[in-house]
Design a protein around this ligand. Sequence first.
Ligand SMILES: Nc1ncnc2c1ncn2[C@@H]1O[C@H](COP(=O)(O)OP(=O)(O)OP(=O)(O)O)[C@@H](O)[C@H]1O
Length: 309
Amino acid sequence: MKVVFIINPAAGNGNALKKWRRFEQTIPFPFEAVVTEKKGHATSVAKELRVSTEKVLLVGFGGDGTLREIIAGAAGAEHLVVGAVPAGSGNDFCRGFSAFSDAESIVRFLKSPGYIKKDLGQFSEEARAYFVSSSGIGFDAEISVLVNRSPVKKWLNQFRAGKIVYVLYVIKTLMNFERFQLTVENGNNRQVFDNVWFATVSNQPYFGGGMKISPHSKADDGLVELTVVHNLSRLKLLFVFGTVFTGTHTRFKEVAQMSRPEFRLTANKAVFRHIDGDSAGTMPINQTVTYAVSKQYWQSVNIEQKEED
Ligand SMILES: Nc1ncnc2c1ncn2[C@@H]1O[C@H](COP(=O)(O)OP(=O)(O)OP(=O)(O)O)[C@@H](O)[C@H]1O
């Protein structure tokens, strides 16, 4: 089996390339490696491999955005299998799907490879967009936009103090965020949620770097789960946010969760959106966006003993 590593040098706050340079010294099998040059490059690399006549293991060396781009290019091709080495900031992909911890674990996989088909989330606006772990709108997406725009983030990252910026923007957004109205439709059902802080559509349980937002999500059941957090005071939101790490937030009446093959969502404000934790513009005002899932559409490595970062 051919092995191609796709390395995103921008992942992990710019530390992924350094990590790769150390990692590549430990690889005892033949491989190819592509260091991405820009956003979208990983998708092009995976797409080019669709014409390959041999089985290819694509190993994403980055974070959730890198893996999404690879899977968007590889989905539907039976001979392309995707695995990951965690080198991003949040690495929720590696929590929800199989991941290699070191070169030795790839050697073990290559000796006896196992594959498993997984679902791919999608939503359609002007064009179709894919998500592997989750896509959401509101409070959390606004924080990630502000953090990424922050001029001091890069500077603080040098001292591994980037989390300070995150905490500051959580507080700032908590004070200023304007809650919105969200209409959720599926089949003939229509539900209107007022004072919404955020809504997330999930394909697997984790988002935001280890928060178990959707504890019951499974990435091979042909369903996506919607979580809507609404009607909370600013103070209680902080409290509920804290419980998301353990997945116990679902017991609050202000946290609505539902599971369906498809949701149609309409927001009454231009709220910020994320796709797998990457900023992705805003949700169009009063325009219905359909979230769905392509069942078992891409092939993941199946590592029996799931290895942690
Ligand atoms: N050479 C590059 N320069 C700048 N950005 C790039 C490059 N290659 C890829 N990207 C973009 O970097 C973005 C962030 O990558 P990724 O999500 O993998 O890392 P991360 O944000 O550190 O990790 P995580 O999402 O797990 O927190 C991706 O959306 C991808 O499009």
